[in-house]
Structure formats: C-alpha cells, structure tokens
Design a protein around this ligand. Structure first.
Ligand SMILES: Cc1cc2nc3c(=O)[nH]c(=O)nc-3n(C[C@H](O)[C@H](O)[C@H](O)COP(=O)(O)OP(=O)(O)OC[C@H]3O[C@@H](n4cnc5c(N)ncnc54)[C@H](O)[C@@H]3O)c2cc1C
Length: 511
C-alpha cells in the first residue's frame, strides 16, 4: 500500500474536506463495534471499508448457491459478563442466538472428547476416553481455575484505562503499593508470576496427563490462541481455556448477522458507512493524526483515527513513516508475529448423513503421533443456521479448514486430500456423500476477507499484555488507535470486541 502523508502542510483538498470526530478504517467486527459504540454516544463517525460489504473475516463464502460460514462461527464471551453480551447490551441489540454446547469437540484417530461449558460434564467424557487421567485432569483444572481467578482479582485492581497525568499515576501507584502489602494480594501476584514463567507442557507433565489428554488440550489451545503447549505459559493457557466454560453462542444467520446488526445500529445513530472506499494513508499534521486520505485521493478529516486492519496492512504504509526521534520509538510491527494463513474446503452434505453429535466446532488431530498444531490440526464446522442454509434437498453446509504457516507450500491436490482426511475422521464416507465440494486456498480467502493472513498474534510474551490493559491499542502516532485481531491477546471475536469497547471508552473520554 502506498504511503499517503501530509506531514506538516494541509493537503490540496483539505479545506473542502468534511470533519468528523472519529474516522474508522476497516469494517471488521472491531471497526464496526468501535464505530457503533461512539455513534451511540453522539460522536460523528465515519467508517471506511474497502470491500463492497462490511464484516471482514466474518463474510461467508458463497459458492454454487450455498452459503458457508467458514470464519468465526462460535462466539465466546456470551456469558452474563462477557464482552459480546456487554456490546449488545450497550447498543440495545437483541440478536437471535442459541447456546453452543459443547463449546469444542476434539477428534483424535481413536478418541473423541467434548468440552462442554459446564465443567461437570467433562468427567463422563474423560472417564470414557482416558480413565487413568482423571486425577491429573482434576488437579490441572483446579489449578488453572485458581490462576484465572487470581488474575481477574489483580486485573480488577487496575484502572480500566492507563491513568493520564503524573498525579493520577502517582495516586494509582500508591494504591497498588498499599494493596501489595496485603499478603493475599502478594501471594496471588507471586503465583501468577510463577505461572507466567512455566510453560504449560511442564505443568501437564507435573500433573501426569497422558498423551491423548495432552493432544486434546493442545488442539484447543492452538485453535484458541495459536500457540502450543511449549510456547504457552500456564497462565495464558488458564485464561484461554476458560473461554470454553465462559459460555459460547451461535448466532442465527451466522457471523454476518452480527456484522449487519452493528452496521445498521451505526447508521441509525447517524454514523456514515462508506463501502468500496480504500484508505491509502493517515493524514498527519504537526505530528498528530488529523484524518485519512482515501485511495481515490479524498481527504477525510477526523480528530481521532481508529484502524481495524490487519497488522501487515497497517505496518506497510497506512501509517506514515516515522521521522527523527519518533523512529526510535517502538516500531508498529514489533509486537506482531505473522503466524498463519487459512486453507478451507467447503462441502454440501445431506443432513441425514451427518452424525447427530457433530456440534458447531470440531477440532481434528490427523496424526496422533505428532503435536496437535499447524498442519496436523483441522477444524470441521457446520453452518450456524439450519433454516437458512438447508436447501430444499436437505443439504447442510460444512467447512473444513486449517491454519498453516505463511511459508507452507500450497499444492491444491494434497491440500484437498488432507482436508478430506480430516472430514472423514469425523464423518466416515463424507467424500462420496458430498453434493458439492471446493477447495479454497489462502489467496482466495485473503481476497474475500481483505486480509493477507488468517491470523497474527500479539506479543509472544504474555507479560507484555497481562496487567497492562489498553496499551496494545496505541500506535506510534498520536491520534491513531488500533483495534482488531492483531491488537489484543487472543484472536477470537470476543477478544476483538473487548478491545473495541476499551478503545471506544478511551475516545469518548477524550473527544
Ligand atoms: C478461518 C477462521 C476461523 C475463525 N473462527 C473463529 C471462531 O470460531 N470464533 C471466533 O470468535 N473467532 C474466530 N476467528 C477469528 C475472527 O474471525 C476474527 O477475530 C475477527 O473476525 C477479526 O475481526 P477484525 O475486526 O479484527 O478484522 P477483519 O475482519 O480482518 O476486518 C478488517 C477489515 O478491514 C478492511 N480493510 C483492510 N484494509 C483496508 C483499507 N486500506 N481501507 C479500508 N478498509 C480496509 C478489510 O476489507 C476488512 O473488512 C476465525 C478466523 C478465521 C480466519
């Protein structure tokens, strides 16, 4: 993307440009959420999206008249205190939804485990599949639950936003120091620090989980945070796995229903949504962002710019180059790691043919002898809305996909074979039964979703975000805040929404 910058002089058409309180670049769930929240509070908001539709990675794949929900289909954060619930409540949106239980199933070559939102329902599964591991599971789950609650306790002691001004910082520091004197807080902080330093693999070995249980957990982690048990700290795993029990939902109409509701609410509240409008760069005047410049050359002025574009796009030109002392500050690309691209096969299968226990989300480990990560792991999911997706012949839309490293070779035939093997592991004979099938490589998905990657992850070291809520959204340019998948720990929609709420609150205080 070409750099478009006006460092210290107004652009040619600046005088005629309309000014908004906030310009949001990118209409993925993050951009939509922050724009809708701010319009609700009376700010003038413009949302700019380069595609013809809002939704970003939530857009369905439509092939041969079938609609496949290939990106997000289950929404975590749907419990009473979850981010998604908070967002819908604040915007007064009532979205038809159903609880998604079990949250996730894992299928190994000879084992199948379902993880319900109610941990009590895990035990029959564990006793059936890995009876010898039950004591290990019990001690692991108790330990992880205690860690997650310790972390909540400490996070609650921090302000929702970083304190502004030295007085507020001093007061905040004194408050924390006072709390730290209480031994309960000190002990919790010590436990958390230890859990941050201990990889999950070491904890699994200590509690004595066998290889099947380890693989099932590893598959969940890879899906939830794209890290394996060696990379993931025990604390990070505790927070990620809690997502399984927090309550997940399926939205009637699929993820696009959520995106469409947010866009409709934004328009109702006076916000402007401009589709087919690609932003080429931020306008920076006297070191402060003062709007954006579109690819067509239009200048749109705004007091604050929020970007909801994948980090590679942001880093490759959407922000002006740093000059002078600014260039020595934390580079925007530093905390991100390009991690995975998506490859997907879509299948239309007779409803009667599918096993009844196939839930919304099934993680398949292809080879039990290798780690349950990367190319050895696939997801199989049914479309989220039976009524809309079931065609008159009784076909259901199913997508099978995997995340692979951006450098992985793509050979359509072996890709199709690997994804079909994954589907066969859950529904034997599915290859013959499918009425329609197509393989979609990463480039096709990239074009559809407006993003070169399936996922990037934030700082590899969880210490960079635990306890420092709010900071990931800051960019090197004053006046530009970032939301979206690349800016918040975790990669699920609920994480994106949590970050968007935080950024909207911060802007509402300032503008
Ligand atoms: C295969 C897959 C499965 C997933 N499954 C789940 C799941 O089951 N549950 C879950 O919670 N999450 C899931 N996720 C993650 C979830 O989809 C993402 O977290 C979320 O959709 C990301 O939203 P976003 O707002 O960060 O960005 P995006 O959706 O990427 O939106 C970015 C938008 O910016 C636009 N854009 C880019 N450049 C410009 C520009 N220059 N000017 C204007 N607009 C621009 C793009 O067109 C796009 O619309 C999955 C993701 C993938 C890929």
């Amino acid at each position: 993307m070409k750099l478009a910058e006006a460092p210290d002089a107004p652009p040619g058409n600046g005088a005629a440009a309309r000014a908004f309180d906030v310009a949001v670049v990118g209409a993925g769930i993050g951009g939509l959420a922050v724009a809708a929240l701010l319009a609700r509070t009376g700010r003038s908001v413009v949302l700019l999206e380069r595609a013809a539709e809002v939704g970003g990675a939530c857009q369905p794949i439509v092939r041969a008249g079938y609609r496949f929900d290939a990106g997000a289909t289950f929404f975590a954060g749907a419990g009473p205190r979850g981010a998604l619930t908070t967002l819908l409540m604040r915007l007064g949106i009532d979205l038809p939804r159903t609880a998604c239980d079990p949250t996730i199933q894992t299928a190994l070559p000879r084992h199948r485990l379902s993880f319900s939102r109610d941990p009590e329902r895990w035990w029959p599964e564990i006793r059936r599949e890995v009876p010898d591991d039950e004591p290990g599971w019990r001690s692991l789950l108790a330990e992880l639950a205690a860690l997650a609650s310790d972390r909540d306790g400490l996070a609650a002691a921090l302000p929702a936003l970083p304190p502004v001004g030295w007085r507020a910082r001093l007061r905040f520091g004194q408050g924390l120091a006072r709390q730290y004197l209480f031994s309960a807080t000190r002990q919790a902080a010590q436990r958390l620090r230890k859990a941050e330093e201990t990889p999950l693999r070491a904890t699994l070995a200590r509690v004595g989980l066998g290889p099947v249980s380890q693989q099932a957990l590893e598959a969940c982690l890879w899906y939830l945070v794209l890290r394996d048990a060696d990379e993931c700290s025990t604390l990070e795993a505790a927070l990620a796995l809690r997502r399984l029990t927090e309550g997940a939902m399926e939205v009637s109409g699929g993820p696009m229903a959520l995106a469409s509701c947010l866009a409709a609410r934004l328009r109702q509240d006076g916000g402007e949504v401009r589709l087919l409008t690609e932003v080429a760069g931020c306008l920076v005047e006297r070191g402060h962002a003062s709007g954006v410049i579109t690819r067509a050359g239009e200048t749109i002025r705004a007091r604050v710019v929020v970007t909801d574009v994948p980090p590679p796009i942001l880093a490759q030109g959407l922000l002006p180059e740093r000059r002078g002392w600014l260039s020595r500050r934390l580079p925007i690309e530093e905390p991100w790691q390009s991690l995975a691209v998506t490859q997907i096969m879509v299948l239309a299968v007779p409803e009667a043919y599918l096993p009844s226990e196939l839930g919304g989300q099934c993680l398949v480990v292809l080879d039990a002898g290798r780690p349950a990560t990367g190319e050895n792991l696939a997801f199989v999911r049914l479309g989220s809305d039976r009524r809309q997706e079931q065609d008159p012949k009784g076909l259901r839309c199913l997508s099978v996909g995997r995340f692979v490293s951006p450098s992985a070779p793509t050979d359509a035939e072996s890709l199709a074979q690997a994804l079909m093997e994954a589907a066969e592991q859950v529904v034997p004979g599915i290859g013959e039964a499918a009425a329609y099938r197509a393989v979609l490589p990463s480039e096709t998905l990239g074009d559809l979703w407006g993003r070169p990657l399936a996922s990037v992850r934030y700082a590899p070291d969880s210490r960079q975000w635990l306890g420092r809520r709010g900071l990931p959204h800051q960019t090197t340019w004053p006046g530009v805040l970032a939301v979206g998948e690349g800016t918040y720990p975790g990669r699920l929609i609920s994480d994106v929404v949590e970050g968007a709420i935080e950024v909207a609150d911060r802007i509402a205080m300032a503008v």
